[in-house]
Structures are given as structure tokens and as C-alpha cells.
Design a protein around this ligand. Sequence first.
Ligand code: SF4
Length: 464
Amino acid sequence: MRPQEAFIKETTNKIADRDFRQKVSVLLDGNEKKRQQALSDFSNIELARQRAAYIKWKVTENLDKYLVDFEAAIIRKGGKVIWAFDGANALAEIDQIILKNKALKIVKSRSSLCDEIGLNAHLKAKGQTIVETDLGDYIMTSLNEKAFHPILPAIHKTLPEINKLLNRQIKSSLEADENELVSDVRAELRNKFFEADIGITGANFLIADAGLVAITENDGNARLSFAFAKTHIVLASIDKLLPTINELDLFFALLASHSTGQQLTSYNTITGPRNKEDVDSPTDFIVILLDNGRSNILATQDQRQALSCIKCGACSNVCPIFKNSGGAPSYQSYGSGPIGQVYGPMQQGLEEYKYLSYASTICGKCSDVCPVKIDIHNNLLRNRHDSVQQGFEKTGEKLAWYTWKKFMMNRKNLNRPASIKNFTFRQLYKDEWGTQREFPKIAEKSFNQLWREQLLSSEKKGNR
Ligand code: SF4
């Protein structure tokens, strides 16, 4: 099944499930409320957003320089940087590292890139076990389901559902409350951290001049994932760079407030290759820099600002499509939510994934909440424009527009009653636009008719 067909099938099922949609809406609205409350911690949030947007714009416009600076700094400090053109490249490099280290035990923390390249499935197919240490991901992986939300993977699962799963999985009590469940999972995972040969993490930010990796989290599992391992692999995309460590105070605060409504997340780690005087950090520090279609985004003139995204998830919380369509798994692409809909078609191919940019009401709420001021909804329109320019529109729709234009360029048709014009319009587009869509209403009278009426009435007034 093609991605668009799967997307329509999934979303049609989810839209019919009113209870599920209501539950998800309440949860995401709650998250959005927390974001709004957290904004009061900034003395001038608008200025903070402008500064952040400017810094990310500067990085994107000079990405080649910052990437090379970052690589040079990591090498200078004794670490290694691997450039991965795509997911297959990254997986092959990880295989090599595992082989070279004869690694048997691998732990990982939350990273959307691991999902993007299909790391878990790849290692499983090779008979290698990898332990998921983020609680939300641990739940979703155990259920063999995809993360629902970019930041809160298991937000839609109820306590009884999780109780049942963890009772099966780690024998926790069926009556356990949330705190007890967290303790049980922590106890289960603790030894895995101690025994790990390799720890794999993502990165929230890469510091170009100093060759550092910044990771922000609430559970402490990312930090533990590499604390005892001999090798630390950081899987990061090429758009994670910040020029210097000085920018972190702004970006840590923006990310925390916009993702979970906190002033600052509980654990903020800045790490890098092991110093000579260090006694207990990983001996091998390897950063895999993944492109995987991001250069295509960089090559565009306008949509490249999407590379500024700091993955806070705020745009998903306010998006009516995300709320009602069954979350991230429905999208059938690497990313989800409004920014995933901008990214997806450019990253994975406009022809096959253009449907993502069309699945939007263009209400603009996503752009309003974005901490780095990405013009998300207009970028969706730009994707649509590119899709038309490149001739990817369906023949049926092109034909419908052609016929409609011919019909309306005839004066007799133009002056026909609105009911006839509305009927014709619906007939022409019903196959392409589907049965659920509300069609625009054609004006009751044409301009020509209104003009004549006005002329007639002024003539009458003049004659009186
Ligand atoms: S586009 Fe903006 S709001 Fe959406 S996840 Fe990225 S940074 Fe957050």
C-alpha cells in the first residue's frame, strides 16, 4: 500500500473513533496549557523567539561551515565523526562499531532518529538486543507500536493499559500507581545500564565551536545510557547545530517551556569526547551525523527554515489534524505533526509524500506557537506550490480545473443560477476531493449580474 493510501485508511479509522479523539484532545490541550503558563517565565518571550530564530537562521545559512567546525572540534578532542548520507549508511556504521567492540549489550535513550532509520528492527533482525530505556518508548516498544507523539510517545495510553503490560513484562503489580510503575521500570533497567557495552543517545543540540553534545531529558536515562558503557554513539541529524555554548541558556529554556511546560528539564547534560583526566566516561565517543534527505530541504529557498526546528512538539499539540488523525503513526513518514508535514515531502520525495502538505487546515496555529518562529503553515503552502510546479498533481484534478475554467469562461454559464454552478462544481471535484469535504459556495450572482442590477437601479433613480 502506498503511503498516501495508508494515511487515508488510518486517519479514516481514527476520525470515526470519537472517544479516542476526545481523549487525545484533552491530553494535548493540557500540554498546550502548560506551554502557555511557562511563557510567563520569560521576561520577553517574543524577543527570545526572535533571537532563537535568528541564531538558527544563521546556522542554516552557514551549515557547511558549522558542520566542519563541529567535526574538527570533536576530532581535536579525541572523538570520531561519521557522516551518514542516509539511514542505510548509519545502520551499516553502527553494525561496524558493534562488531569491532564485540558488543553484546546495547542500551539506548529516546531519539527520533533511531525510529527514522529503523534501528531497533534492524538490530533485532540481526539477533542483537537493544534495550529501550525511555519509559514512554519502553512501553511503546513492548507493545510493538510506534510512538504516538514526538515528545510524549505513550501519552494516549491509560494507566490500566500500562499496568497490564508491565505486569506481563516485568511482573509489576496490577494495582501499581504511576510512581510505583516508574520505580519498577527503573529497577528493571538499572543493571542494563551497568552492563552496557554501547550506549546510543540522540542529541538535542551540537555545539559547533567546542565539539560538544547537549542532551536534555526528564528521566536521567540518556545520561545513564552512556555513563557506564565503553562506547557512546550519538546519532544526530545535521540540523542540530548551535554556534557556541552561550546559546544553550536560551535554547534549553525554549525547549523545556515549549515541550513540557517546564522552566528547565530535570537533567541537562553537556558531553563530548573523554578528557585525559576523566576516569569513568566512555573511551570511544562517536557522533554519527545523519543527512537522510535534509540536504534536499537545505537546497530549497524558503522551506529550508524548517531545519531550525528544535523538536519541541508544540505545533503538534495545537494541530487539529494531529489531534484527530491518530497521532504520529498515521502519517506514514519519518516525522509527524505540522513540521513533519513540511519536512516529509522534501525529505522523502515530493511526489510520493505530497499528501502530507495537503492534510492541513492552514489555520496557522502551528506557526503561532513555534519557539523558533518557523512559518510552518506557509511552508505547507510552498510545498503544495512546488508539487504543482513539478507536475505532481493528479490528472483527474487537473482535468477538473480545466473543465471548470472552460465552463466559467462562458458568459451564459457564468450567469446561471448559483445552484447549477454549485452542482457542476461538486460533480467535477467529488472524485478528487472526496465525499467528506465541504465545498466552497459559489456567489449567488455573478459580478456582471450585480453590475447590471446596480446600473438599472441608478437609471431608475435618475428617471424619477
Ligand atoms: S516546528 Fe517549531 S513548534 Fe514544531 S516542533 Fe519544531 S520547534 Fe517545535
